[in-house]
Design a protein around this ligand. Structure first.
Ligand SMILES: Cc1ncc(COP(=O)(O)O)c(C=O)c1O
Length: 304
């Protein structure tokens, strides 16, 4: 259950948490055309800092642009509103959820006159795939559901409706006794997790699927930068399911999941069956960076 906080920024105003409500005929609730972001704020020696807020705000507006939704707030307004939401709720560490949706009005599929609404909520949310998972890895299943395809979904937009596909995969994996799912694209190449980008390590080289069907992950780009700064070669490449099975290390990267090693894929042990050496090195730097302990990555932090 979400841990409630005091206020939600809603259409330009701070509204008490319990009063941030909508009508049951809200358009997006029916057809899924809405957009959202997932952002984390971490505590640092200089107070709470939102990790890569500018990148997330930009992606939020890009998601809207892709869907031709006219968000009635500017980049600066959304950027400041996000900080203000964390500040007003006195949060040190939290998850932040901006949401853009089509409001109440027409119910047809061309809701020209409905208001576009925006809400930003923030609440404390610990690890997404568990502390134990971050340390020792999780068990993952290749999904029977194919990733949303580029000719039927806008995969670069963080569209609400896209997450039906993610949920089908995630539920199937959990029902089968796993922690998370990896989806393949329609040609059978690995795409991404239900809400994370995928990395594989083989013979010291780090591989990650190209942008094809995947979301342009912000954690993915942080991982690539950290890995390259550590001197590793990072290659964008299409990965087959069997290449994943014989990787030395596999890990998932996303705002919610942070960096989570995969210790088992479809019942096959990956590498040493725990967190791999390179995964651990990248993970340590990532956690240092988000907590403000790496001055070379300070530009990723937006202090509240
Ligand atoms: C489908 C999908 N892929 C990848 C990611 C990881 O993206 P990010 O690192 O920007 O959170 C997410 C989470 O936002 C996601 O939902």
């Amino acid at each position: 259950m979400v841990q409630s906080t005091k206020f939600i920024w809603f259409d330009g105003k701070m509204v008490p948490w319990e009063r941030a409500n909508v009508h049951v005929l809200t358009h997006t609730l029916h057809y899924g055309l809405g957009i959202f972001e997932g952002i984390r704020c971490y505590n640092t020696d200089n107070g709470p800092a939102i990790f890569r807020l500018k990148s997330h705000t930009k992606r939020f507006l890009n998601s809207a642009h892709i869907l031709n939704m006219k968000i009635p707030f500017s980049f600066d307004e959304l950027y400041e509103a996000t900080k203000e939401t964390v500040k007003q709720n006195n949060l040190k560490e939290c998850y932040i959820r901006p949401l853009g949706f089509i409001g109440y009005g027409d119910m047809g599929l061309y809701p020209q006159h409905n208001k576009i609404q925006v809400a930003i909520a923030a609440w404390p949310w610990g690890t997404y795939l568990g502390k134990e998972g971050i340390k020792n890895g999780i068990r993952v299943k290749v999904s029977s559901f194919t990733r949303n395809q580029i000719d039927s979904s806008m995969t670069k937009s963080k569209t609400c409706g896209n997450y039906v596909n993610s949920q089908l995969a995630k539920w199937e994996a959990i029902d089968a006794g796993y922690d998370e799912a990896i989806l393949l694209d329609s040609e059978g190449y690995a795409s991404e997790g239900s809400a994370e980008c995928l990395f594989a390590v083989r013979d010291g080289i780090i591989y990650t699927p190209p942008f094809g069907t995947i979301l342009e992950g912000i954690t993915r780009s942080s991982v690539v930068k950290i890995a390259e700064d550590l001197g590793y070669r990072v290659k964008e490449d299409r990965l087959t399911r069997d290449q994943l099975y014989v990787s030395d290390e596999l890990f998932l990267a996303g705002t919610a999941a942070e960096i989570t090693p995969i210790r088992d894929l479809d019942g096959r042990t990956i590498g040493n069956g725990s967190r791999g050496e390179i995964t651990e090195k990248i993970q340590l730097i990532y956690f240092d960076a988000v907590h403000g302990n790496k001055k070379e990555y300070r530009q990723w932090l937006d202090f509240v």
